[in-house]
Ligand binder design. Sequence first.
Ligand code: GDP
Length: 197
Amino acid sequence: MPLIIKKSDFVKSATNPSHFPDDIYSEFCFAGKSNVGKSSMLNKICNRKKLAITSKTPGRTQLINFFIINNNMSFVDIPGYGFANVPKNIMLSWEKMIINYLENRKNISAMFIAVDIRRGIEKLDKTMITLCQNYNIKTNIIITKSDKVSKSERSIMKQKVKKELQEFNNVSNIETFSSKNGDGVSEVLEIIGDLRN
Ligand code: GDP
């Protein structure tokens, strides 16, 4: 059954597990390189204009954002990775924060990793998928901005991503998505609906 989102509310931002909200609800996480269209995707599936807000500032303190959906499930916006020229120490603190989150959060149902259709899977995406694999987290790949390419290019990229990720045992669905024309929205809601408990 596809998820029907009737209500979505921001709960809090945190970096440290001691500040995370209670882990009582099934949680779905959204990650991806900065500028990949992750905030637009969250806004689109929640049918909200400004639920998730992007920061375009490289290297600023980035926080994990928690949202509550329909008063009974949880979405998490993981700060974007891969800003150009980010100092190594910032990258390391990002990774430490994410590991801390993945390790401590017992209610994670699935991860969605957004990748840009014109770029495909990049090194940091594989790092993120590996982290999820290490914690046995079901991972879905959302290929964003699908409106920017032709229909045939969409299916070519889908196949390419599928082939590139064969080595991972945690990747389940690969879908194209567009927050401009709604491609993939129902598929994402279907995946979430199927996995929630
Ligand atoms: P984030 O940094 O991953 O949260 O990315 P944003 O959601 O802020 O989007 C980054 C840029 O890509 C913005 O200029 C958006 O308008 C644009 N964008 C996001 N999603 C889409 C999409 O589906 N199609 C197109 N054409 N542009 C998009």
